[in-house]
Design a protein around this ligand. Structure first.
Ligand code: HEC
Length: 160
């Protein structure tokens, strides 16, 4: 708006403008409050407590282990020993100890990656685990090489 406006606003339209601005301010405030409330909401089975998110640092990691048949075989053997109890033999999340787990073990075959879809993010999640869930980090149980091989194996489980 310029000060040299040849058609000054009438009082009524100015009032309308002001109430409109107040309405917008009120809406902004209330939507902000609603966002805080949803963030504070406790976890439920269908709605993981952390929400979808990715890990920026992890996303920049590149997989140094080529997805060769040997690496995939190594990853498969490790997966069968360390992961099937929760993620199930085919990775769909139906392992023997998965029942009643909250949040449930992720389906590793559905192409949905709650913690990021890059190799680096999947690697970091397996290495460090997912806080406050049954998914513990495997950093002390596997070498980096082995962890990357598990990532290579998981990639072969995708159904999409
Ligand atoms: C004790 C049960 C348990 C075991 C054992 C386990 N997981 Fe998990 N895993 C989970 C749970 C529960 C989640 C979901 C965590 C969440 O929602 O944040 C999960 C999530 C994941 C994810 C994240 C998927 C996504 O959508 O981003 C990956 C990858 C994963 N697990 C891989 C593995 C691998 C590989 C192993 C074996 C080395 C393993 N898990 C062993 C319970 C387990």
């Amino acid at each position: 708006m310029t000060l040299t406006n040849p058609l000054p606003l009438k009082l009524t339209s100015r009032t309308a403008l002001l109430s409109c601005a107040l309405a917008v301010a009120g809406w902004l405030l209330s939507s902000g409050a609603a966002m805080d409330a949803s963030q504070a909401k406790p976890a439920t089975a269908d709605e993981p407590h952390h929400g979808d998110h990715a890990h920026a640092d992890a996303a920049t990691l590149t997989n140094p282990v080529k997805s060769t048949p040997a690496s995939i075989a190594t990853g498969k053997a490790l997966f069968e020993r360390q992961c099937v109890s929760c993620h199930g033999p085919t990775g769909t999340g139906d392992g023997k100890s998965a029942a009643h787990m909250t949040p449930p073990p992720a389906d590793l075959t559905d192409g949905t990656w709650e913690h990021g879809a890059s190799d680096g993010e999947i690697y970091t999640l397996i290495k460090d685990g997912s806080k406050n869930t049954a998914m513990k980090g495997f950093a002390s149980k596997m070498t980096a090489q082995e962890l990357w091989s598990v990532v290579n194996y998981i990639r072969t489980l995708q159904v999409h």
